[in-house]
Design a protein around this ligand. Structure first.
Ligand code: SIN
Ligand code: CO
Length: 418
C-alpha cells in the first residue's frame, strides 16, 4: 500500500442532463434550490448567474438582509458542546494586552474563558458534518459546484473579539447570525504577516471600507482581500468556505492516484545494473541510476479519463475526521424498500456524491454511471429522493440493492429529514 501524501488541512465534470432534471419543486423542508437565472434576496437581488459573473473570485459584495429570517443554526451552548468533542476541529483565539494566543480544541466547558471576559473567539470548523441545520444552510450555496464547497465554520466572540486583520486563500461568505460585527476590508497588495505569531495577522492593514453587519447581513469576499471583523457585544458569524487546492497538492495527489493504479508489471519492475563496475567511492550515487529512473518516469502515461477519475475520487473523499454512523439495527432490504417507498431517502450530511459523464463518486469510491444514470444524478444534485421519486426510479434493478448497501454503511438515511 502506497503512503498517501498528506492532504492540506481543512480550513470542500458534469454530465449532460436535460433542464427539467435540474429544477424540482421546493424541498420538503421548504428550501428550494436556487435557479441560476432567478434573482434572489440572498444575493442582493442578483441571480446566481449574475453574482458568479460579476463578483465570484473578483470583488467583495455586501448583502444587507441576505437571509433575514435565519436564526443561528446552532445556539451558543450547542456550539460550545460541539467544541468539546474530539472529532470536531475547534480553535480558541484570545487577544489580551496586545498579545495574540491560539489554542486547539477540544475544549471542556470550563476550559473556555468566562462569557464576561472580553475579546475572545471560538471557531468551530465543519459544523455541517455534525448538525443538520448547519448542513441545510450550506444547501443554499449549491449554485456553486459541490466540488468547490468546503464547509461551514461558526464563530462565537465576546465583545471586542476577532481573529485579527488577515486574508484567506479561499472565497468566503460571512453571514452574521447573532449580534453585530464590524467588518473592515481592504484590497491591499501588501499581504506581509506579523512575524512569530501563532496566527496569520497582517503587518500593515489598510482598510478601504467598513460596515457594521447585523443578523441576516452577509459579506462575500474573494481570496486575498484583507479583512478584520470585530464583535460589538456578543456575536456569532457563519463562514461558508470553499476549497481551492494548490497546484502542488493536486499534483502530489494525482501522482499518488496514478501510482496506485499503475499496471503491476510497470510498478514492480526493479532496478537492475548488470553493467555496474566495482567502485572505489562506495558513497557516491551511481550516475546510471538517474538515467534509469528517468526511463521509468518517461513511461508514465495518463489521459483525461485518469484525471476525471482522480478528481471525482479525491473531491468526494471524506475529511479525515469523518466517521459514518451505520444504523444500529439495520432494516433488511425488503423492509428498507418498503420504508423508503413511504418516506423517501436522503444522503447522510457527511456523504459526498459527485458525478461526471462516465462515473459517479460516493465518498471517494468510483462506479460507472451508465445503468444508474438517472437515479444517481438526481440523488447527487438534490441529495434526496422523495418517496414518489424513489418508487418511480426503483425500476432500475440494481438501484435498491445498491441503496440498501449505502444505508447499511450509514451513507444514506431513510426519510426526508433527520
Ligand atoms: C470569524 O468568524 O471570526 C472569522 C472569519 C474570517 O475572518 O474568515
Ligand atoms: Co478570514
Amino acid at each position: 500500500m502506497l503512503k498517501r501524501p498528506n492532504a492540506e488541512p481543512a480550513s470542500p465534470g458534469s454530465a449532460r442532463i436535460s433542464s427539467h432534471q435540474l429544477f424540482h419543486p421546493p424541498l420538503a423542508n421548504g428550501l428550494a434550490p436556487l435557479a441560476p437565472d432567478v434573482p434572489t434576496a440572498m444575493l442582493g437581488n442578483l441571480s446566481p448567474a449574475q453574482f458568479m459573473r460579476r463578483y465570484w473570485q473578483k470583488k467583495p459584495l455586501l448583502i444587507r438582509g441576505a437571509l433575514p429570517a435565519l436564526a443561528s443554526p446552532l445556539t451558543r451552548d450547542e456550539l460550545f458542546e460541539l467544541a468539546d468533542r474530539d472529532v470536531v476541529e475547534s480553535r480558541l483565539i484570545t487577544h489580551v494586552r496586545n498579545k495574540w494566543a491560539l489554542e486547539h480544541g477540544p475544549f471542556a466547558p470550563d476550559e473556555l474563558p468566562s462569557l464576561k471576559q472580553r475579546a475572545w473567539t471560538l471557531l468551530v470548523q465543519g459544523v455541517d458534518l455534525h448538525d443538520e441545520r448547519a448542513r441545510m444552510l450550506l444547501e443554499r450555496f449549491r449554485f456553486i459546484p459541490d466540488a468547490r464547497l468546503d464547509d461551514l465554520m461558526i464563530s462565537y466572540a465576546t465583545d471586542g473579539g476577532g481573529v485579527g486583520p488577515h486574508f484567506d486563500s479561499y472565497d468566503v461568505f460571512l453571514l452574521q447570525v447573532h449580534g453585530k460585527r464590524l467588518w473592515r476590508i481592504g484590497a491591499q497588495r501588501d499581504l506581509s504577516l506579523k512575524p512569530d505569531l501563532p496566527l496569520k495577522v497582517l503587518q500593515h492593514f489598510e482598510p478601504d471600507a467598513e460596515w457594521l453587519l447585523e443578523p441576516g447581513d452577509m459579506l462575500y469576499l474573494p481570496p486575498h482581500i484583507a479583512h478584520d471583523g470585530i464583535a460589538q457585544g456578543e456575536c456569532m458569524t457563519c463562514s461558508i468556505g470553499f476549497r481551492a487546492p494548490t497546484a502542488g497538492e493536486l499534483t502530489a495527489q494525482f501522482l499518488y492516484h496514478l501510482a496506485e493504479k499503475q499496471d503491476a508489471n510497470v510498478s514492480t519492475e526493479r532496478y537492475r545494473d548488470p553493467q555496474q563496475p566495482a567502485v572505489a567511492r562506495p558513497a557516491e550515487v551511481p550516475a546510471a541510476l538517474v538515467g534509469k529512473m528517468g526511463a521509468i518516469l518517461a513511461k508514465i502515461r495518463w489521459n483525461d479519463g485518469d484525471i476525471a477519475s482522480f478528481l471525482g475520487a479525491y473531491l468526494s473523499e471524506p475529511k479525515p475526521t469523518v466517521v459514518f454512523d451505520p444504523p444500529k439495527r439495520p432494516l433488511d432490504e425488503i423492509r428498507f424498500i418498503r420504508q423508503a417507498a413511504k418516506t423517501g431517502i436522503r444522503l447522510d450530511r457527511k456523504s459526498v456524491l459527485l458525478y461526471d459523464r462516465r462515473a459517479y463518486y460516493l465518498n471517494g469510491e468510483e462506479n460507472t454511471l451508465p445503468g444508474a444514470k438517472s437515479w444517481v444524478v438526481e440523488l447527487a444534485d438534490r441529495r434526496r429522493l422523495s418517496a414518489k421519486r424513489f418508487v418511480t426510479l426503483s425500476r432500475h434493478p440494481s438501484m435498491t440493492a445498491r441503496l440498501h448497501e449505502w444505508y447499511c454503511a450509514g451513507w444514506i438515511q431513510v426519510g426526508e429529514l433527520g
